[in-house]
Design a protein around this ligand. Sequence first.
Ligand code: G4P
Length: 530
Amino acid sequence: MDLDHEAARRRTFAIISHPDAGKTTITEKLLLYSGAIHMAGSVRARKASRHAVSDWMQMEQERGISITSSVLQFDYHGAALNLLDTPGHADFSEDTYRTLAAVDSSVMLIDHTKGVESRTQKLFEVCRMRQLPIITFMNKLDRPGRDPLDLIDELSTILNLQVVPLNWPLGMGRDFKGVVDVFTREVHLFAGGRHGQDRVETRVISFEEARAELGDHLCDEVEEQLDLLDVAGDGWSIEGFLKGDISPVFWGSAMTNFGVEPLLDFLAEHAAHPATRAALTEKDERIIVAPEEEAFSAFVFKIQANMNPRHRDRVAFLRVVSGRFERGMDAVLGRTGRNLRLAKPHSFMAQERSIVEEAWPGDIVGLYDPGNLRIGDTLATGRTLRFEGIPRFAPEFFMRAVLKDPLRRKHLDSGLEQLAHEGVIQLFHRPDVGYQDAWLGAVGRLQFEVLQQRLLNEYNVKCVLEPLPYTVCRWIGGKPEALDWLKARRDYTVVHDRVERPVLLSESPWPLNYALKQQPGLVLHDVEPL
Ligand code: G4P
């Protein structure tokens, strides 16, 4: 059947990395090797204008859709790969976290000259929370870097992850000769020199041939390293990978195209198929929805609005969970029970967007939306469903909005509400003050600039944002007495989120540690509890 076949060949994934590890480069090379583009260069050109927020906004204005939200779809060896791009700027990391809720696997890209960096670690933790299978790619082997055994050790200790190299580097930097397949001991030779605009065919020879060609010294060293790895006893299994327990490691150099093909082969062959997802029915019963189910269902993981007031389009990104999506079909919006017509769907390929007629589980569809949809919304045919879990992460910056013209209060309030639904900011209020004068929270500072700009363009509201001193925010759980204890103390600030859950705000982590010590029944969550 079409549905089974189409669902089974989908591989929906994202690349997580610290800035400059080579995400743009490897994205481009994956497209090159899959045949989706013929010459590298186009993805890189986009990146040039992606560093500063002003450029980011300008891009939004010019193109009507953010480059940060593009989804690259390409076929390779019979598999349909959906690569969800994530924003390059750390201030939009919340977008990245949400995107990770819409993928089935991720590629963790590491610069082997640096090892595990802060952003990689944070993004890794988000993948872990979702039990996503993670493929590791050690990049920039054409440069001298860290000892490979040390890197493997660092990955397993810092990330507390079982890592199993599927290939292993022969030298590095100027002496980088290629990689050896850990199982077959075939050696893939690095051609070097080229700057990787076109595909490069890799020469594959046996380990014995490599000995003759590359010399005993290097081959002995590599054999020793491989023996040491075996001694560590890290067994490889696809099941372990798919459960998120084991990460396979590949080595290469995205810039020179080397090592991209084995990664792509692995993605096409072994990366996770579209997963089942838990949902609540109209009667609040928990069910599991499988991709092969006939009835269509999907959830919104991202909303991207245009900054240009002349084309006020807003695109909601849907991840298809089950069934077949068809242009113009009707679906029930789980939050309201209302029927919506899913007109104007788009798919995205690099810089282009094109109308889609149909989509399958694992695919991402962009829908023009006049404001009906919110992050986390579910759409399903013939039934009212609500999928669980687009998590919200604890904001690290807080502001108050002060109006220039007090008569525009209503507009400000409705703008803030709408933008909070789109995930631009999070709203908190103080129980004694009520909904007026909400406090705004964001994971990155630039989100506030986006907020200000959009309030002005779309709601004609000019406001000044006044910083609040808080930097730590935790959802309060555990025993009710602990919450009472916090509320009774004047030195703690307890506010409520949009669904009246109590949240603790603090200027530093210390008072939190003190509270946890004093109140053993207290639980503090840095991700919104479901
Ligand atoms: P990002 O999206 O993760 O931020 O990284 P990006 O691909 O932009 O790569 C960051 C820098 O690292 C770029 O250099 C890129 O050329 C380089 N790079 C990526 N992969 C490799 C690799 O395999 N080997 C080496 N040696 N370098 C690599 P740049 O100087 O910032 O830009 P450019 O002048 O090369 O365009």
